[in-house]
Ligand binder design. Structure first.
Ligand code: PGA
Length: 250
C-alpha cells in the first residue's frame, strides 16, 4: 500500500510575523513536488493568514495548531474552524500533548474537534502519545490505542481514511531523546491496528500515521524507512528553512 508521505512542521508558539514571512519566502520555491510529499507548516493562529498568503501558488500546505469544536458563538478567545476554513487552511493539528497537558483537553474534546474540522472540509492531524511513566510501565500500546479510538469515534470510514494520526511519545518531544525506529514502527503499527479494529483493513491501509518527537534531518530517514511510518510531525527542527527543506527531502 503506498501512502503519500506527509511531513509537517509544528512551529508551536514561535516566530513573529516577520520571521514567518521570511521563512515562507525562503522555502516556497524549493519545496518538493506535491506528488512526492505533502509539506505542511503548522503556525500559531496570528501567523496563519500571512503564511497562507505568502505561500499561495506554492506546494506548502498550512495547518492551524488547534481550533474549537463549535463554528461560532459566545466562546471568547477561541478559534473558529469555520473561519480557519475561510482562510484556506488545509489541516488542523488537534490533541497535541501540550494542549492535553497545559490546556486540559480531553479525548472527548478532541473527537468533537475532529468532527468540526471535517464539517468545515479540512483535514485533522490527530496527535496521540504516552508519558514516560506509561511507556516504562509497558502500557503505551493500550494507552495510545484508547486515545486513538476515542478521537475517531463516530467518524465515517471515508473521513478516517483521509486523516492523519501523529504518534508522539511525550518523553521524546523537545527532549532530543527520540524513539528508536523500532519503537516508532511498533507504535505506528499499533495505531494502525486500532484503525483496523474500528474501521477495517481498507481504511487502515489509507490512513497516514506520523511519528513525532525529536525528529531532525539526521534521523528522519530511519523513521521514513519503517513500513507503518508515513511521515513526521516536527517541532524544533522545522523552525529553520534549511532544516525544514532537509526533512522534506528525507
Ligand atoms: P520536537 O516536537 O520535534 O521539537 O520534539 C515535536 C512536536 O511537539 O510536535
Amino acid at each position: 500500500m503506498s501512502r503519500k508521505p506527509i511531513i509537517a512542521g509544528n512551529w508551536k508558539m514561535n516566530k513573529n510575523v516577520q520571521e514567518a514571512m521570511a521563512f515562507v519566502e525562503e522555502v516556497k520555491d524549493q519545496l518538493p513536488s506535491t506528488d512526492k510529499v505533502d509539506a505542511v507548516i503548522g503556525a500559531s493562529p496570528l501567523l496563519l493568514n500571512g503564511v497562507k498568503f505568502a505561500s499561495a501558488d506554492s506546494n506548502l500546505k498550512v495547518a492551524a495548531q488547534n481550533c474549537y469544536f463549535e463554528d461560532a458563538g459566545a466562546f471568547t478567545g477561541e478559534t473558529s474552524p469555520k473561519v480557519l476554513a475561510d482562510m484556506g487552511m488545509d489541516y488542523v493539528i488537534i490533541g497535541h500533548s501540550e494542549r492535553r497537558e497545559y490546556f486540559h483537553e480531553t479525548d472527548e474534546d478532541i473527537n468533537k474537534k475532529a468532527h468540526a474540522i471535517f464539517r468545515n472540509n479540512m483535514t485533522p492531524i490527530i496527535c496521540c502519545g504516552e508519558s514516560l511513566e506509561t511507556y516504562e510501565a509497558g502500557k503505551a500500546v493500550e494507552f495510545v490505542g484508547a486515545q486513538v479510538s476515542a478521537a475517531l469515534k463516530d467518524l465515517s470510514a471515508e473521513q478516517v481514511a483521509s486523516l492523519v494520526i501523529a504518534y508522539e511519545p511525550i518523553w521524546a518531544i523537545g527532549t532530543g531523546k527520540s524513539a528508536t525506529s523500532e519503537d516508532a514502527e511498533n507504535m505506528c503499527k499499533a495505531v494502525r491496528d486500532v484503525v483496523v479494529a474500528d474501521f477495517g483493513q481498507e481504511v487502515a491501509d489509507k490512513v497516514r500515521v506520523q511519528y513525532g518527537g525529536s525528529v531532525n534531518p539526521s534521523n528522519i530517514a530511519e523513521y521514513m524507512a519503517c513500513p507503518d511510518v508515513d511521515g513526521a510531525l516536527v517541532g524544533g527542527a522545522s523552525l529553520e528553512p534549511a532544516s525544514f527543506l532537509a526533512l522534506l527531502n528525507f
